[in-house]
Design a protein around this ligand. Structure first.
Ligand SMILES: *Cc1c(COP(=O)(O)O)cnc(C)c1O
Length: 665
């Protein structure tokens, strides 16, 4: 080893004061130190084909997966706050909060895009790849959501202490990028992401503009993820992600083989590299790969030149115009266009998304590949499912190393012992959820369905509440129903906030009558709830308006846990249609063109939803009633199909495809 512990400690700011107890020659916050020295050495070597992955957000689920240890001072600083609930049992809502003594996840994400980025870096560590992530250190997170029936969603700062987050260290390095507004100073942090077996690690570099001496506005660039009250903030955040990433990687001394831009947010990295290139500027694009996550034209980042002028210098602007000006209006700069036209490799996040994007951007048709998203198995699998697969490892093989081996579970359909063990394992995951919700009287023997993700119009969170009478009728005819909702709406998305209010009104309507439908809305959806819900419910409801869901990943988490899908024909689900992992319903997207999001088809699709839901609940109670289980039921066939199909939708498969199609070629 030529990169020594001593050299490592020299890179850390205030090592003695803050970290001397947590980082020793043996241990890094309770994890082995050796993988860190090894990866630093690997990344500085000219022989590695290092990939730098730039993303506005990263969700590492560090509160429950590979959670590092800190001394007492560290442990008290970043605890998860208690949660309020709005439910059909209003009396309970007013006197109880949901509490659990855990560390919160690093609050540097908002939703699915961040979850994917987090799963990518964890998988890169598992596969021992020369890989470094770059993101931003959001001082106030995305936001902390409070829910009250009377107020709907309110927005608070997500306060945390970066100095005391186990695994996160402040570096001595500072960099500066030029801007029209003045020099932007950026300090650097590092968080080490370990592999599942803790034998390897990949660094995540986090950029932070909060430097006390800096200009008050520049200081706040990295305050709040996706701040959008003025285009200035949006552009400044993208300038830091794009331009400062390139500088930060240079100051670390990492030679980069491939820059991977996770969504168009990071497009200015290309501009920065192009400017820095002394010759062969036409070769710069060869170093770039780009993942597009957006299905709709309106979803692509576009900025007015007059706003960009306030941040970028004349030289930068000329390039931005050259590569990003829209044909119809050259004063509009489209970041997707910069990425698609300049990055040599590009991918979309599902097959359908690929087809749509090739229609939308015919000029880049050849370049757009489809690499369907996946999830990181060890992060999202419940403990009881993990234990089940271990118990059958002799027949499955080393599924922890090769998650695709879980497809062999399909062979267990005729294995009576496995069917019993599988259902029991699911009930165990469900009990964890039921225990969490104990004050609201949840019951493991009652059919339970969850809807949890960002509140955005096209995801149609209110669909199930379109016709409350119909819903009541189903529960009356078929049996009791437990529903769990969670999700945030972006602070400036009024429509999304309106959808939250509609769900709360649905809850209110159901609470005034004595029905056998119990609904809870849990505030502040995060990766902890993400895992608890996607493994603990019986059915995962997913009802976006096709074709607006580019992929979606929460259904993949559910499938691996043997939780069934009730979904519209959209995103990743379209790649599973013949496999019976649940039920599909609702309007399909005609390939003729993209219909408008304005027409949400709520009436028609909710009627179809009620029809299939009735069948689903009937099947559920014919399989499982009051603790008595028919293990031969078709329900359990579908659970087995789900896990087997889920074995394909992993980041293990996805990152291997990235390696082959985006990074190595
Ligand atoms: C998985 C996950 C998401 C993504 O949900 P989609 O169904 O893909 O929209 C968002 N937020 C959290 C906290 C998650 O765990």
């Amino acid at each position: 080893m030529t990169f020594t512990f001593k050299e490592f400690v020299k890179t850390i700011s205030n090592y003695r004061r803050y970290y001397a107890q947590e980082i020793t020659t043996e241990s890094y916050f309770g994890f082995p130190i050796e993988p860190i020295l090894a990866v630093e050495e690997r990344l500085q070597s000219l022989e590695s084909s290092t990939v730098a992955y730039l993303s506005m957000e990263f969700a590492l689920a560090a509160g429950h997966y590979n959670s590092m240890h800190g001394s007492v001072l560290f442990e008290v600083a970043n605890r998860m706050e208690p949660r309020d609930v709005v439910s059909t049992q209003m009396q309970t809502d007013q006197i109880v909060q949901l509490t659990i003594d855990r560390r919160k996840d690093l609050p540097i994400y908002s939703g699915g895009l961040g979850v994917l980025a987090g799963d990518v870096i964890k998988t890169a560590a598992d596969l021992k790849l020369p890989f470094v992530g770059v993101g931003l250190l959001w001082r106030k997170g995305f936001f902390r959501q409070k829910i009250r029936f009377e107020h709907g969603q309110t927005v608070e700062d997500e306060l945390w202490d970066p100095r005391r987050y186990p695994g996160l260290i402040a570096l001595k390095d500072k960099i500066t990028i030029e801007s029209q507004y003045g020099p932007i100073n950026v300090r650097l942090w590092k968080y080490y992401v370990y592999s599942r077996d803790r034998q390897h690690a990949c660094p995540l570099i986090l950029l932070d503009t909060y430097i006390p001496q800096s200009d008050p506005d520049l200081k706040k660039i990295t305050d709040q993820l996706y701040r959008s009250d003025h285009p200035w903030w949006q552009i400044a955040q993208r300038a830091v992600l794009g331009c400062a990433s390139v500088e930060a990687l240079e100051s670390m001394g990492y030679p980069i083989h491939r820059y991977h831009l996770n969504e168009g947010h990071a497009a200015f990295a290309f501009i920065q590299k192009y400017m820095d290139a002394k010759r062969n500027k036409s070769l710069v694009g060869k170093k770039f790969a780009y993942t597009c996550h957006t299905s709709v034209k309106a979803g692509h980042d576009r900025f007015h030149l007059s706003d960009l002028k306030k941040i970028f210098t004349g030289r930068q602007l000329r390039l931005i115009k050259k590569f990003g000006a829209e044909q119809e209006d050259p004063n509009l700069i489209n970041l997707t266009q910069i990425c698609l036209s300049q990055c040599q490799r590009a991918n979309t996040v599902s097959r359908q998304h690929g087809n749509i994007s090739r229609q939308q951007f015919p000029e880049f048709k050849q370049r757009i590949q489809s690499i369907t998203n996946g999830v990181h198995v060890p992060t999202w699998l419940s403990q009881s499912m993990h234990d089940l697969f271990q118990m059958y490892q002799k027949d499955i093989g080393d599924w922890q190393k090769y998650p695709k081996y879980l497809d062999k579970i399909a062979k267990f359909k005729s294995n009576a012992a496995f069917r019993t063990d599988l259902f029991d394992a699911h009930q165990k995951s469900k009990r964890e959820l039921v225990r969490y919700l104990a004050p609201w009287g949840f019951d493991e023997n009652v059919f339970t369905m969850g809807w949890a993700r960002r509140f955005a119009d096209y995801k149609r969170p209110q669909l199930l509440f379109e016709d409350i009478e119909h819903l009541k009728q189903i529960a009356y005819n078929e049996g009791a129903l437990q529903l769990i909702y969670a999700g945030k709406a972006h602070p400036s998305d009024e429509q999304g906030a309106g959808r939250i209010e509609e769900v709360l009104q649905g809850i209110d309507q159901l609470s005034v009558e004595n029905t056998n439908i119990k609904v809870v809305f849990l505030e502040n959806y995060d990766t902890y709830l993400g895992r608890l819900l996607t493994s603990g419910v019986d059915v995962c409801l997913n009802n976006p308006l096709p074709p607006f869901e580019a992929s979606g990943t929460s259904g993949m988490k559910a499938a691996l846990n043997g939780v069934l899908q009730l979904s519209t024909h959209d995103g990743w689900v379209l790649e599973t249609t013949a496999k019976k992992i649940g039920w599909l319903f609702g309007a399909t997207h005609s390939t003729a063109g993209i219909e408008s999001e304005e027409e949400l088809k709520l009436k028609q699709d909710s009627q179809e939803l009620y029809e299939v839901l009735q069948k689903v609940i009937r099947l559920y109670y014919s399989m499982h009633r009051n603790g008595r289980v028919d293990y031969s039921s078709e329900w359990i066939d579908r659970m087995i199909n789900s896990i087997s199909v889920g074995s394909y939708f992993t980041t293990d498969r996805m990152v291997r495809e990235y390696l082959q199609l985006m990074w190595e070629t």
